[in-house]
Design a protein around this ligand. Structure first.
Ligand code: B12
Ligand code: SF4
Length: 446
């Protein structure tokens, strides 16, 4: 799956206003089959990613080096999630080898959560914690004076001393920032229309599921762009790139009913010929909402189901029950939406029976697609603290590339002895696959 990285395009839009000339290069993008960083393959073929990370001959590193030489940047910003930290650090090393004087700035989910660790890497000069728009702009504007102490949200090193400036306040109104600027993409002509359709209408989520990074990144604070600005952005993307299918990457697109209804109204008024996709908690959804969404072109919705066991749902602090899930999935299907469900299995307190219950539940829901993962203890989550306290993972973790949802090493169900783990995980995956095979599998056709 290729995509225009919204976070970076968002920062590009802001720094452009300040007279800078950003170029957004997506090393995950590839128009060839063999790529190793490409995200679809990242999840499907994690082992290939792991091998490539430590193989200097892998062609992606050469490509990255060539792009850096061609663009010849004055400063390099790199985004990283936990699982992609190692490849981000490889890029930093390549950049420093090219020109040790070019400052390297890290940002994104992992550097925000683990800034103390990330700044300790010799090739990282700055870490931007949290939302990057203002911090990165102030950093760019401040280079002449070489004075970084007043920039909130910045962690940096002077000689060997590390400084953590105070946190930056969150952007109160997302209307104060321009929409992401996709025209800054390197090799833009290689992107297909669908690759431009990734959207963000809100930031944050008010819930606190124990396995999710969002509560720590945004502290439960939720902000929205105006429905008008989102519809304008859709119109612009459609006009500019011919995109007709849009994907909302918001943590929880349906957090505000009035917002969704207003957005749907506006979309219908403009008569835009588009389809769209979003993610939601089941408890947010009402029949009115689902029908309005369907009428306004929403075809596909993914909901967090996670487990078919109420005991596990409660441990996850998910705030939903299996009855509610059944009711809401039926409601969505009745409205004519394709419904995809996210599932998890392998928690320490999950028995074999609980997992079997989840499989039965997944089958009975008759979903249109499903994704199933082993939970990863991500930094800053309650799950990670619990796993550390139980001695399941180490306190001072560094092998972040293994923190990937496909990794059976995080299958900790106490009911399954280590010697039987791989076989059992294989069995569960196979069971899930069989259920998935009976669905429409709508995401594969997008
Ligand atoms: C789209 C998405 C993806 C896409 C593409 C990601 C991308 N790079 O654009 C795909 C499908 C590939 C993906 C995969 C995974 N994802 Co993901 N993903 C998202 C999602 C839904 C939206 C990202 C986004 O565009 N956000 C909107 C923008 C505006 O925010 P942002 O990217 O954070 O950027 C802002 C700041 O972080 C900062 N910033 C970011 N980068 C930089 C760089 C610099 C230099 C600076 C200065 C600032 C800066 O400034 C930006 C503007 O304020 C988020 C959840 C969310 N709603 O954010 C999860 C999320 C980022 N993903 C997550 C996870 C766990 C994964 C996976 C590991 C899951 C898995 N399969 O195991 C994989 C890892 C893949 C990999 N290669 O590493 C977690 C990250 C947690 C963590 N500790 O890293 C998140 C937060 C979901 C969650 N709630 O837990 N993901
Ligand atoms: S899993 Fe979804 S609902 Fe739960 S905290 Fe994360 S974004 Fe919010």
């Amino acid at each position: 799956m290729n995509y225009a990285p919204i976070g970076l395009c968002q920062i590009a839009a802001v720094v452009k206003i300040h007279g800078h000339e950003p170029v957004v290069y997506n090393a995950d993008f590839c128009d060839q089959e063999h790529t190793i960083l490409q995200n679809y393959h990242f999840t499907q073929r994690h082992n290939k990613y792991l091998t490539a990370l430590f193989d200097e001959q892998e062609s992606i590193w050469e490509e990255i080096k060539n792009v850096i030489i061609e663009v010849n940047p004055d400063i390099i910003g790199i985004t990283a999630m936990t699982a992609s930290l190692r490849s981000a650090l490889n890029i930093a090393a390549i950049a420093k080898e090219w020109n040790p004087n070019v400052p390297i700035v890290f940002g994104g989910a992992h550097p925000t959560l683990m800034y103390q660790d990330v700044i300790n890497n010799e090739n990282v000069d700055f870490v931007v914690r949290g939302e990057g728009e203002t911090t990165f702009t102030e950093l760019l504007n401040g280079f002449d004076r070489q004075e970084f102490f007043h920039i909130h949200g910045l962690t940096f090193r002077t000689d060997s001393v590390v400084h953590h400036n105070p946190d930056r306040n969150i952007i109160k109104s997302l209307s104060d920032i321009p929409p992401p600027d996709r025209s800054t993409l390197y090799n833009i002509e290689k992107y297909r229309a669908i690759d431009f359709g990734f959207m963000i209408s809100s930031r944050g989520c008010a819930f606190h599921c124990i396995y999710c990074s969002s509560p720590k990144i945004y502290n439960g604070r939720v902000r929205f762009r105006t429905p008008e600005s989102i519809v304008n952005e859709i119109e612009h993307i459609q006009r500019e790139y011919g995109t007709t299918y849009f994907k909302f990457l918001d943590d929880n697109f349906t957090q505000r009913k009035d917002y969704v209804l207003q957005f749907c109204d506006l979309l219908m008024q403009r008569r835009l010929d588009i389809h769209w996709w979003c993610m939601s908690r089941v408890d947010m959804l009402t029949a009115t909402m689902a029908e309005a969404m369907r009428e306004a072109g929403c075809t596909d919705i993914w909901v967090g189901i996670e487990s078919g066991s109420s005991k596990i749902l409660s441990k996850l602090q998910k705030g939903i029950t299996t009855d509610l899930i059944r009711e809401k999935v039926a409601l969505l299907k009745k409205s004519g939406l394709n419904v995809g469900g996210f599932f998890m299995y392998g928690f320490p307190w999950e028995s074999k029976e609980d997992i079997e219950e989840t499989l039965k539940f997944a089958e009975a829901l008759a979903l249109d697609d499903l994704q199933y993962n082993i939970p990863v203890p991500l930094p800053g989550t309650k799950l990670m603290i619990e796993f550390q306290n139980a001695g399941l993972i180490m306190q001072d973790q560094t092998d972040w590339e293994n923190y990937h949802q496909g990794n059976p090493a995080f299958f900790f169900s106490r009911d399954v002895p280590l010697s039987e783990r791989d076989e059992f995980v294989g069995y569960i995956q196979n069971q899930f696959r069989q259920i998935a095979d009976k669905t429409k599998g709508f995401h594969k056709n997008i």
